[in-house]
Design a protein around this ligand. Sequence first.
Ligand code: AMP
Length: 284
Amino acid sequence: MKVVKTIQEVKDAVQVWRAEGQDIALVPTMGFLHNGHKSLMDKARKENDKVVVSIFVNPIQFGPNEDFATYPRDLEHDRAVCEAAGVDLVFAPEKEEMYKDGFCSFVGMNVLTEELCGKSRPCHFQGVCTVVSKLFNIVTPDRAYFGQKDAQQLAIIKRMVLDLNMNVKVIGCPIIREADGLAMSSRNTYLSAEERKAALILSQTLDLAEKMAKEGGYDAKSLLNALKKNIEAEPLARIDYVEAVNVLTMKPVEELSESTLVAMAVYIGKTRLIDNRMILGGEQ
Ligand code: AMP
């Protein structure tokens, strides 16, 4: 496995693979890799000849008061995880390599970015679409793997690929959780022992949402009221949003159906965590 820092080194490796007729997977990450990331790599490994993992904490998807500076980083650990997963190439550029002096071109999106994380984090998805477009141009993958943990991001990337005629198949992968239900996230490392317990409120509230939706008799409004009440009973939790949206459009729904995604962002202390579920078992 090679670890490279320059765009040219990635392009050189890809050129050789292409000449050999190999198909190529990309798994974009911000590093501090855990089993959620590993599940993407494992699927990529099974379905492709070559697997590229990018590790890049992308400055332009963070707002001015967010955690870009403190986001956890550990390249040695990440290298070992990638090696064990049978990855062929790790691309870990510095920010100056990705954003040269004078950088001023961005990929943006309307509609799908207007709710949920897009509402609380203006510019976040412009940063995501821009960096993912750059990675697609650099790696030219046949397939790219994204987690359903970031459900809005997955919907946005699928739409971007469709709208901009990009030659890549976007593959969504299920959310990997700790044994007690907490969705794995690099940001879980910010939690104190007490906060770690309180963080279970997210997955527990999604369990409740699924149970209520399956029972029937609730519209989105009554469901969301019950979910908010459930979260508010946890003293360390502060709701950013809890919404029931259509999984393709990311727009709020009134009635619950197979295409309804319940998504939430909740602060546990200072740490903002996200989680989501298709509450009636539909496809994401
Ligand atoms: P990140 O490093 O947080 O930007 O995540 C990189 C990729 O891993 C994204 O496509 C995420 O959706 C995915 N991912 C992160 N956490 C999980 C998880 N718990 N289960 C599945 N995929 C995940």
